[in-house]
Design a protein around this ligand. Sequence first.
Ligand SMILES: [Zn+2]
Length: 64
Amino acid sequence: MGIYSNTLLEFRCPLCGHVNAISVDTLKDMYKEQREPCQQCHQMLEIIPANGVNDQINLIVSEA
Ligand SMILES: [Zn+2]
């Protein structure tokens, strides 16, 4: 993911609506779920990085 290095991606907590940020560097594999807690309500969230339009990465977020 070279060109994305140090880029922060935002994802919204489905529970409280807080917008969290995650570094692209911490995303290991596309389409592989990862678990990160919401920074506000501490709900554990399941995040799946997916290819979006214009070579962007979309994060699909759900409650873990
Ligand atoms: Zn939350």
